[in-house]
Design a protein around this ligand. Structure first.
Ligand SMILES: CC/C=C\C/C=C\CCC/C=C/CC(=O)SCCNC(=O)CCNC(=O)[C@H](O)C(C)(C)COP(=O)(O)OP(=O)(O)OC[C@H]1O[C@@H](n2cnc3c(N)ncnc32)[C@H](O)[C@@H]1OP(=O)(O)O
Length: 341
């Protein structure tokens, strides 16, 4: 599994094919022409490519929270691989069909009283998601409309650029009022009574720097958007105060776009993500990928080298009685909170 990674950064995806395509800013026909659809594994992921634009979208679609199960992890990798083998595609927007949750991180139910055979497979699938995203030749833009705790934050950090919804009263993405929603992002594992795995913690260190990461890891800090921006955990924060699509636009898009991402084509976060995808796609792919290699190859090599040990450690760690106890309590609290809404 590990070998293709660095080769994917270096040569596997034949940079000779890479020809960045021009694409008009805000050209929502991008979404209309997403007809080349690669939906996999019972559509746990909705993936569409637009070869003319050189841009693809990969939207996680596992209600209620896009928590990362073995199957979702595999679906992300499968879709990314499909997109990756298309030489006309340079950028991918990683998004969620859920407007308030990007990804809730690991499916914690995978961790409770786990099956011996499934647990290592599950962990391997998460490692693979990280490797495939972080080591991709593609420029991956995270469109973070909603919460991104723990491994949800990892997904975002493994991308090339992160755009987060800034929250606010009465967002009207789909023309209807909705409750104020302020997403948060961070590695909150200590709040579950567990620690982030070393490669995930190191990813935070590389993203926001040593001291802020040390503190955030210890406290399990979940950052609201502006704080995440200040820390450098996200690159851009978008509010929708000035965003009010016309009824005509909404109508046109309703005709054009498949559920469940239709509304998201109108969101400013998605539009910004598209602009960023376009920006990356204009850079010489060889130069862009070479620069990615400079910053990412060493840590990827280290992670791959310690992959088996990481899996062994994870499995034995998760099976400890105290860890199981903490996790059970955590899930009970989560369910209770959800029921009390
Ligand atoms: C040195 C040590 C070395 C190594 C250690 C080794 C290994 C340890 C590694 C462990 C790594 C962990 C990484 C992780 O990702 S752990 C998962 C962390 N995730 C969370 O803590 C998020 C939990 N969820 C929430 O906080 C909220 O749900 C969220 C803010 C995302 C959204 O809130 P909202 O109010 O909008 O929704 P809810 O009503 O809370 O949830 C809706 C339903 O979704 C279910 N749900 C939510 N999160 C999860 C999840 N992570 N897994 C499974 N299910 C989840 C929730 O229960 C609700 O479902 P119902 O109860 O309505 O059916």
């Amino acid at each position: 599994m590990a070998a293709p990674l660095l080769s994917s950064l270096c040569c596997r995806h034949s940079l000779r094919h890479c020809s960045p395509r021009r694409f008009a800013r805000n050209d929502l026909s991008f979404f209309r022409s997403l007809s080349t659809s690669i939906s996999s594994e019972k559509s746990l992921v909705l993936s569409h490519v637009n070869e003319d634009a050189g841009v693809a979208i990969l939207a996680m679609n596992r209600p209620p929270a896009n928590s990362l199960s073995l199957e979702l992890n595999e679906a992300i990798c499968t879709s990314l691989k499909e997109i990756d083998t298309n030489p006309k595609i340079q950028s991918v927007i990683l998004a969620s069909t859920n407007p308030t949750i990007f990804s809730a991180g690991l499916d914690v139910t995978e961790l409770i009283s786990p099956d011996d055979q499934r647990l290592p497979k599950f962990w391997n699938s998460l490692q693979q998601v990280y490797i495939d995203l972080y080591g991709s030749r593609l420029a991956i833009i995270a469109a973070i409309q909603g919460h991104a705790p723990a491994a949800g934050c990892m997904l975002a950090m493994a991308c090339d650029y992160r755009i987060m919804y800034g929250g606010g009263e009465g967002s009207t993405v789909d023309g209807r009022k909705r409750k104020s929603h302020i997403p948060t992002i961070g590695l909150n594992e200590t709040q579950l009574g567990i620690a982030a795995p070393p490669w995930m913690g190191q990813l935070l260190v590389r993203t926001i720097g040593f001291r802020p990461a040390e503190r955030a890891l210890a406290l399990g800090t979940l950052f609201p958007p502006m704080e995440a921006l200040i820390e450098g955990l996200v690159d851009d924060v978008i509010t929708e105060e000035s965003f009010s699509p016309s009824a005509d636009t909404i109508h046109a898009l309703e005709k054009l776009l498949p559920d469940p991402i239709r509304n998201q084509a109108l969101s400013l976060v998605m539009q910004k993500a598209f602009q960023e995808a376009e920006l990356y796609a204009k850079i010489s792919p060889q130069a862009r990928v070479a620069s990615k290699l400079v910053t990412r190859s060493e840590s990827l090599k280290d992670m791959i080298a310690s992959r088996e040990a990481d899996t062994e450690y994870f499995c034995s760690f998760i099976c400890q009685d105290t860890v199981q106890k903490n996790l059970k309590k955590y899930v009970e609290a989560l369910k209770k909170k959800s029921k009390s809404k």
